[in-house]
Design a protein around this ligand. Structure first.
Ligand SMILES: [Zn+2]
Length: 163
């Protein structure tokens, strides 16, 4: 067992996925096995572990004890790839706080600057008022918009948000 699989204090089961991200290329290493290079990043949380872990499909399967969900989540992103290519060129509006936002799919997606070098995003289900903010800071506004796209696909597919 590699990486955190053999670290004491890291739970093996009972994790929940909070979002999936398509990096476009295998640009990161799985934070659980610390071996696998990953393109699709599954963000995993556990009530007995302080941090969120960014992991690959295989580790996500074991951590959730679900051998269909992680693949299904990746497939949803693959199916949305064509739409994602047009995402940045959509007509983003600017809010009174001067944040770029888009109302689409029954959701409000807002991108904001956390500090001069870091960007975040927030998605709100306009029907219910539920919202989530990105956990990871992004270095550019476009990166935050693209991450928000992935989060939107996840929330629609896995949580039934929006339309
Ligand atoms: Zn792994």
């Amino acid at each position: 067992m590699a990486g955190k699989w053999s670290s004491p204090g890291v739970p093996h089961k009972g994790w929940t996925c909070t979002s999936v991200e398509d990096l476009g290329a295998p640009d990161e290493t799985c934070e659980m096995c610390e071996t696998q290079d990953i393109r699709y990043v599954h963000h995993m949380e556990h009530p007995d572990y302080p941090e969120s872990l960014a992991v690959g499909c295989v580790c996500a399967e074991h951590m959730e004890n679900d051998y269909e969900g992680p693949r299904r989540r990746e497939k949803a992103l693959r199916n949305a790839a064509q739409r994602k290519r047009r995402w940045l060129s959509r007509k983003w509006k600017v809010s009174v706080k001067e944040n770029a936002y888009l109302n689409t799919d029954g959701l409000n997606i807002t991108v904001f600057q956390r500090n001069p070098k870091l960007w975040g995003a927030r998605i709100e289900d306009r029907a219910t008022g539920r919202s989530v903010s990105s956990r990871r800071p992004h270095q550019t506004e476009d990166a935050a918009k693209l991450a928000a796209f992935d989060a939107m696909i996840f929330l629609k597919k896995e949580r039934g948000w929006g339309t």
